[in-house]
Design a protein around this ligand. Structure first.
Ligand code: PLP
Length: 386
């Protein structure tokens, strides 16, 4: 039995990131039909690919797929062999970029089990992204079930050590129609990619380029949701960062062009000499789940955290005066990346002498230990899949 757009809409999304139950009125679920791959990767080949998986280049044998149309609502939930989508050249996504995605990871515990970290928060953000992009929102339990089913069937692809299984849920507009309007049909899918440790030999500080020519998001735009178009529009700025010898780009606000917003794919934090943390407020930035988790962990330990606007000029001045002790970027892929150097057309400056700072490293360890189940989980963030 499918779940209609209207039914899903009536039950409504909850705001921001908060724990969500998969039961009750929002507990609309679908039964997944499981069709294991008939010709899966051999054990030998899989082991060879897992030696040095890198990021996002190798994939597991299966995918989860759920379809939407106005007559049936969400239906046809399946876990099946990973394969190409037959897509009509007039499919709406190919023309107007009605597309959203998520990114989360499954972590192997020492006892051989598997943890997901806050998948409910990803499900909720996916719902919010769908609403902003005028797409059919996917009931959160269906999102979580799709992710869990895929992890279960492809558990042999879980890397050990500091590796993880990166999960990529996404939704595309599949209606065959060239008019500019919300699509009447969607495909939701989840694919999985084993990934190695983001930083071999510990987190290396990154250098970032302050984008003066490009902005990422404006008030009323799509900066707070995870749609593919945001990333397409950031590529030119990221290329400029690389041209200037930097690892990443940091965007400023689109109105005054002086407030720090976020990196191309990570949120940012500042650490001051009184031990307090500051991070740019929500609005035009992506509400990162790592960001939210860091705020919670810092507050647990009595650290003052401000969600306040911070200018590039203040950043430079605080780094020079010593008031700023550390800066770091955060997100699912890298967890926490210390920022060692900031470069711009008006000159470069170092932070904590260009080295990784203790606050960034301490928070990173706390978070990673929770994700891998090595310590207790005071906020109930972990969902054991296996
Ligand atoms: C633009 C942007 N900001 C921040 C983040 C960090 O979000 P999260 O911590 O949920 O991975 C991401 C990664 O998803 C991102 O793409």
């Amino acid at each position: 039995m499918g779940v209609s757009f209207e039914q899903a809409r009536r039950d409504g999304p909850a705001p921001e990131i908060a724990p969500v139950s998969t039961a009750g009125s929002k507990g609309m679920s679908l039964k997944f039909e499981i069709q294991p791959a008939t010709n899966p990767t051999s054990e030998k080949e899989r082991a060879a690919r897992l030696v040095d998986p890198g990021f996002g280049r190798i994939f597991t044998d299966h995918m989860a797929v759920v379809r939407y149309n106005q007559a049936k609502g969400w239906h046809g939930a399946r876990v099946e062999s990973r394969a190409n989508f037959p897509l009509d050249p007039a499919a709406a996504v190919l023309h107007y970029a009605q597309e959203i995605f998520e990114g989360l990871k499954a972590y192997k515990r020492d006892d051989g089990g598997v943890n997901l970290f806050r998948p409910d928060a990803n499900a909720r953000r996916f719902w919010n992204s769908a609403e902003r992009m005028a797409m059919a929102p996917l009931p959160e339990p269906v999102f979580i079930e799709a992710v869990e089913q895929l992890v279960r069937i492809d558990r042999a692809w879980m890397p050990g050590g500091e590796g993880s299984l990166y999960l990529r849920p996404f939704m595309i507009a599949s209606e065959v129609f060239l008019g500019v309007k919300p699509s009447a049909e969607y495909i939701f899918a989840v694919i999985a990619s084993p990934v190695g440790s983001y930083f071999k030999g510990g987190p290396a500080p990154v250098s970032i380029w302050v984008s003066e020519n490009y902005t990422r998001a404006a008030i009323g735009g799509t900066g707070a949701v995870k749609c593919g178009g945001n990333y397409a529009a950031s590529l030119r700025a990221q290329a400029e960062a690389i041209d200037h010898g930097c690892d990443q780009v940091v965007f400023l606000d689109a109105v005054e062009r002086r407030y720090i917003e976020e990196l191309g794919g990570m949120n940012v934090f500042f650490v001051f000499d009184d031990g307090s943390l500051l991070t740019p407020p929500l609005g035009t930035i992506l509400p990162g789940i790592t960001r939210d988790s860091i705020i919670a962990l810092a507050k647990d330990s009595g650290t003052r955290v401000r969600e306040e606007a911070y200018t590039i000029d203040q950043w430079r001045a605080d780094a020079a005066s010593g008031k700023l002790k550390e800066a770091f970027a955060c997100g699912t892929a890298a967890v926490i990346s210390p920022i060692g150097k900031v470069c711009s057309t008006t000159g470069d400056f170092l932070i904590s002498g260009g080295a990784a700072g203790p606050v960034a490293m301490g928070l990173r360890k706390q978070l990673v230990d929770i994700q891998y189940g090595r310590t207790n989980d005071p906020h109930n963030w972990i969902r054991k899949v296996l």
